[in-house]
Ligand binder design. Sequence first.
Ligand code: ATP
Ligand code: MG
Length: 559
Amino acid sequence: MTDQTAELPKNFIRQIIDQDIATGKNDGNVITRFPPEPNGYLHIGHAKSICLNFGVARDYEGHCNLRFDDTNPEKESQEYIDAIKQDVKWLGFEWSEPKNASDYFEQLYQYAIQLIESDKAYVCSLGAEETRKYRGSLTEPGKESPYRNRSVKENLELFTAMRAGNFKEGEHVLRAKIDMASPNINMRDPILYRIKYATHPKTQDKWCIYPMYDYTHCISDALEGVTHSICTLEFEDHRPLYDWILDALNTPCHPQQIEFARLSLEYTVTSKRKLNLLIENNHVEDWDDPRMPTITGMRRRGITPESIRGFCDRIGVTKKDAFIEMSVLENCVREDLDPRAKRIMCVLDPLKVVIENYPSDQQEEFSVNNHPKDLGFGTRSIPFSNTIYIEHDDFMENPPKKFFRLAPGKEVRLRNGYNIICTEIIKNDAGEITELRCSYDPESKGTSGTRKKVKGIIHWVSAKHAINVETRLYDRLFNVPDPAVNNELASTLNLNSLKVFTNSKIEPSAKTLTLNDRIQFERQGYFCLDSKHSNKENLVFNRIVTLRDSWAKIEAQNK
Ligand code: ATP
Ligand code: MG
């Protein structure tokens, strides 16, 4: 992989690392980690964290661990673990051996014993409701639990019995003994362990007590020798707890937690829980629906890992939360695909055109460059005959002044072919246009100087040679830039986010396309075959992105 970040100004995290190296901290080592919870599929927000953590490790010749934060057995599954590995790999990053928080369950338990022995943790038997009341609020200090002063001996006995499965869920928890009056609620004797009779994807039924995120995370980082524990801003208020636990246990290594701003993308949501809701309510097909901002959805849509990495570089890393416009991602995709996508002609919504002065038993082949700027892509041959398809909306019976495509009596150029003039419109009983009759100018072939200049150029395919295919066009999932703001996902859904044409017509050269190809349909955008629904008999194409930002125009009109 090329190092695209080398020319960019260093973000604040890289500046911290530079300083650490200069002062000899961590012996100059840089060890990071990406710690997803396997409770769903990764999305574009995770991509930012992946590019940051793995990118930093790569550039400083350190390493980055992939660690599954698997402490909520009820919500986690092997399916998600496998999918996360596949997605990180696809994005272009590698790790040595995947780690799991559950690998450390025994060590975490022993550390908890250590906390109890040093009177820094106690077993609390308040119910959930009471615990909440005792915690206080932002404006009021909390109250100490009546169980806070249990003896070390009693705490050890109770905690051992919790592990042994002698209690019901919710009967007891283990809490850190910190400060119920702390202005930071996270420091008001946070829960470290709870009882849960759930089968874990890795440890099965070995445990019935599970450590909480805050407790698990810092110790896992320390056990792995992580130097820089990079996380999103919402964990800033958890940092004092992160540091308190590691100080209390005097771990051999004390990683530095550094927070950065989450990625939020306009017109979509970046939360596994909310994405899951879209699936449960049948608004999308699955995690890999091409409209989803998941890595698997974007992959199926045809977006390349290079585009996603380029996007993450472009948006940078800051400490201020902000929404990124969808067009930033789309432009990265276009810039990546333009130099690598062969061109082809495909008519999405076909209208039949018969060229009356072209002999019906005649046909010819045009030799055409596959890429306008890169001759290395070679040429292909496009068949032409007296019956072709053009795009329905490339014809208007009563065109406005600036319509330069086909209209009665008007001349238009067929891309790579001839000029044609519309001579007759044929309609069905309902008054819908079903066919056009045209005449062509035999002198207008190719790019020779003799041809007349016409303003409009349209794409087409020869009817007899065309392959019938399905094309799917995607639009934004939501109608508003911040659909998550009021938790009203359903009412802000864009009901037209998927448009399907089952009768599209493509050049015969499409036969040789494979799932890895990304191509440009001239005038329509970049497309790829759909890995889920396309097969040899029925080619199904996804539009990856349009050629231009059509939303910029719509948004400007709405202002
Ligand atoms: P979700 O709400 O989607 O479940 P999460 O933060 O709970 O997100 P985790 O699986 O815990 O998901 O996240 C793994 C890592 O990815 C964390 O370090 C987290 O900070 C980071 N991450 C998650 N979402 C984003 C985002 N939108 N932008 C940047 N980093 C993110
Ligand atoms: Mg989470």
